[in-house]
Design a binder for this molecule. Structure first.
Ligand code: FAD
Length: 320
């Protein structure tokens, strides 16, 4: 029996992948099983070396057809390798591509699937997963009775697996992928200069109460002083004040920084769903009854136009 973690070479062994490995290691230890890693795409040596320190075996599918993500081919590669490993569970990251193939992989392997998982345990020999529902207001406990349990897991919900002396065998998979029924005609990449919000340690997030796009420039200046990244509520993104990639929440990014500073954000459940894993939440809001304050360690009831310049001044002075 094994537990498989499925990683994509394009992502490297990022924090999300490390969390997948951490979850996989805990489940494998509980089962007394081996932890097998699959890497799809041509991984570089640094990634392979890092994965080797956490897994018991590594299988790499590096054929040229897999150099760029193509859902059918990635699915076919993952399914073929999993069939040979007969896993109890297959764990994937929370990136869009992993989410796209997870349920299809479960179907192809005759298993069951769950997504956005925040905890995993064994119960009566089945994998039991937890995920938050209704915008974070409740938690669903899902028992996956058909093996393998294919799960994609929430970013940072699991600690990385402790690195060990690298002993894992590394195999190259020889796969027959066939023809894909769809073809990527064009890829348009957005030029993203900042680091991923999911990896940010400090996030300064703005809401509709900012009143327009200009105050986001102040938030950027404040963020620059503390090495933070700027994010936003859906209302601010939908208003066109900032790019949709900044959106945090149920239909946006799920973040888990050390500090999340919400400025002029009401604290709707759909927003909280994306940032409730933050270690410390602080807020600036003019309304003392704004729900965001119920989730805060620190709160300032004041107009942000008074507080943000003061914060900038104090932080700049502290750094001078
Ligand atoms: C299916 C679904 C999915 C959704 N997904 C998301 C999601 O992923 N992310 C998300 O964010 N939302 C999401 N929403 C929308 C969500 O319900 C809220 O509408 C949205 O989060 C509100 O954004 P806001 O807090 O910026 O705006 P508002 O609700 O308008 O709140 C603005 C806040 O700013 C404060 N304020 C006003 N002026 C000032 C000032 N001068 N100084 C300080 N404070 C001030 C106000 O007191 C208020 O609390 C979703 C909704 C649905 C139905």
């Amino acid at each position: 029996m094994s537990v498989v973690i499925c990683l994509f070479a394009k992502n490297g062994f990022d924090r999300a992948g490390q969390g997948v490995a951490g979850a996989g290691r805990r489940l494998a230890d509980e089962l007394g099983a081996k932890l097998q890693a699959i890497i799809i795409g041509a991984a570089d040596a640094a990634m392979i070396d890092a994965v080797k320190t956490v897994a018991d075996g590594v299988t790499i599918a590096a054929q040229s057809e897999l150099s760029d993500y193509q859902s059918e081919l990635y699915l076919s590669a993952a399914a073929q390798i999993c069939q040979s490993l007969a896993p109890k569970a297959v764990l994937l990251s929370n990136d869009t591509y992993s989410q796209e193939i997870a349920a299809r992989l479960a179907h192809r392997l005759g298993g069951s699937a769950a997504g956005d998982v925040t905890s995993i345990a064994l119960h009566d020999g089945n994998v039991r997963a937890r995920r938050s529902v209704y915008g974070g207001k409740a938690e669903a406990v899902i028992e996956l009775k058909r093996s393998p349990a294919v799960l994609w897991i929430r970013a940072r919900a699991f600690d990385p697996a402790p690195a060990r002396e690298s002993v894992a065998d590394v195999n190259q998979a020889a796969l027959t992928l066939g023809d894909a029924r769809t073809r990527i005609v064009e890829r348009k990449s957005e030029a993203i200069t900042e680091a991923r919000l999911e990896d940010a340690q400090i996030i300064i997030s703005g809401g509709r109460g900012l009143g327009g796009p200009e105050p986001f420039e102040d938030l950027k200046a404040l963020a620059a002083l503390v090495g933070a990244q700027v994010a936003a509520s859906r209302a601010a993104c939908d208003s066109g004040w900032c790019p949709p990639t900044w959106q945090v929440g149920q239909t946006g990014k799920k973040v888990a920084p050390q500090l999340y500073l919400a400025i002029a954000i009401h604290g709707a459940s759909q927003h909280l769903a994306g940032m409730s894993d933050s270690k410390i939440v602080a807020a600036i809001n003019i309304d003392k009854d704004a729900p965001i304050f119920k989730h805060c360690k620190f709160g300032i009831v004041e107009d942000y136009r008074k507080v943000v310049p003061l914060l900038k001044e104090k932080l700049a002075a502290a750094q001078a």
